[in-house]
Design a protein around this ligand. Sequence first.
Ligand code: NDP
Length: 300
Amino acid sequence: MADAKLIDGKAFAGGLRQKVGAGVADFVAKGGPKPGLATVLVGADPASQVYVRSKGRLAVELGMASFDHQLPEDTTQAELLELIGRLNADPSVNGILVQLPLPKHLDTAQVLIAIDPAKDVDGFHPVNVGRLGSIAPGAPLDFPVPCTPLGVSMLLQDALGSLSGLNAVIVGRSNLVGRPVAQLLLRADCTVTITHSRTRDLPGICRQADILVVAIGKTEFVKGDWIKPGAAVIDVGINRIPTPEGKSRLVGDVAFAEAQKVAGYITPVPGGVGPMTVACLMFNTFQAARHKAGLAMTAA
Ligand code: NDP
């Protein structure tokens, strides 16, 4: 059997960013207000600073406005909620992204619930979680959907076309990835199984999957002989491992070299799901601006 076809998330994300940039230019040329993304970072974690800066920079590259709010580590809950309140009220802000994790003294759930659901471009607000959890098959995604799961569903639909009737197995049940991916695939008429650390006979369940989405954060955990020949494998995992040269490299949750020999389609790590997350954040921000202007949202 030939090796699996690579799902090139980097290229797809590049195309999506271009589409967003072109869409923003057209929206503004027709008199729409410049879409705006506000990022909020509490504390000085260097990795989070890099992520937040790159999101703001990309928003500007795509013709949007970026409002960066860097708050000190000892910011109080009241101060953070006050800022969120101001961003909710600010008409130039269409999307609010609070970089997680927040410092331990802050109540993340209370912060997320304070964000206006229409500006919740991460899709973590309980109202948006509930909308996704109760969506009818095939109904439009006219509300913000979490970025990484949205990216997974876009890649699958691009690679396979219709997903209707396919057996999808999701490994991992987090609110960030596993559960929303399951909801999106149910919406696409897959038969969905969600598995987790207590699942019995995980390899046996994986072998029944036409679509296998793995999001557990364990280096090369899913082996080649867990995969049904021809299946589409989406590896969400990002794990950093040391190299013999004393450096490090990124690997996924799937043993790629083995899996590639069996699967029909597979995402590499890096260059698979990873680049989709920030591209979908830009997409969500632009969609929020369109929605506010009374234009239909057209997610995936
Ligand atoms: P979490 O730690 O929140 O959740 C991990 C899930 O994996 C849990 O549901 C857990 O089960 C399950 N799990 C852990 N061990 C096993 C096991 N041995 N067998 C079966 N299931 C297991 O992780 P996230 O969902 O936030 O992230 C998962 C991975 O995806 C990470 O590598 C993360 O870095 C990556 N990621 C990548 C993104 C991207 O942009 N590409 C974005 C977000 C995440 P249980 O619930 O029973 O504990």
